[in-house]
Design a protein around this ligand. Sequence first.
Ligand code: SAM
Length: 239
Amino acid sequence: VNFGDELVSPAEKTRRVGAVFSSVARRYDMMNDLMSGGMHRLWKDRFVNRVKPLAGEDILDMAGGTGDIAFRMAKRGANITVSDINADMLAVGEERARQRGLTGLTWKVQNAEKLTFADGRFDAYTIVFGIRNVTDIPAALREAHRVLKRGGRFYCMEFSSSDWPGFATLYDAWASNMIPRIGKVVADDEESYRYLVESIRRFPRPEAFRKMVADAGFVRAAAEPMLGGLVTIHSGWKI
Ligand code: SAM
């Protein structure tokens, strides 16, 4: 597995991803605002508008971290299971939910590659800015398919590189220079943020990932690129 410029084992990648998010759990929202210029909030609103969570539905928000997506869906009355491999991220989310008086949320540590949930348990599965951190992505997609009901929907939002030439070059220069610096100042961890930039650069382009979603068994797999594919909303259905 490539981790920045080094080759590391899958287990080492999982460990390092764990370290990135544990080190930043408490400052995670501030990091997101700094790294996206506040735009992650708009992307997340748009994503939840696409998912259209309904009151009473059971939705699994995988790699749910500190709850940004889960809170938006819970406000619409859906029952949300927030799962993440990192207990520190979930603990911050649980605390925020308590402070905001949000209900309808269940928090559960899980590895997206191997879920403990029963087959056909959920109406929808969401994963936002999480799948590129997963070591075995096809395994995570197969698990998403397994835990969905027939008629259930899969939604994923992820970064990749943009295909707008000028914008891609500008963003790449900005991200390679600024994100590690922000990481150093905010989390005293430059190296982990180099990895984050690298993982964005390496994530499959929208069409390639759309095909991976289809290969996992989803029908009508679709990709909605934004900013030339810098951020893409992927979706598919289990029938
Ligand atoms: N979805 C949240 C959001 O958009 O604010 C959090 C996104 S955060 C960038 C990525 C999350 O993926 C982290 O909380 C990390 O712990 C989680 N993650 C990484 N690998 C994972 C895995 N194999 N299974 C479940 N979660 C994982």
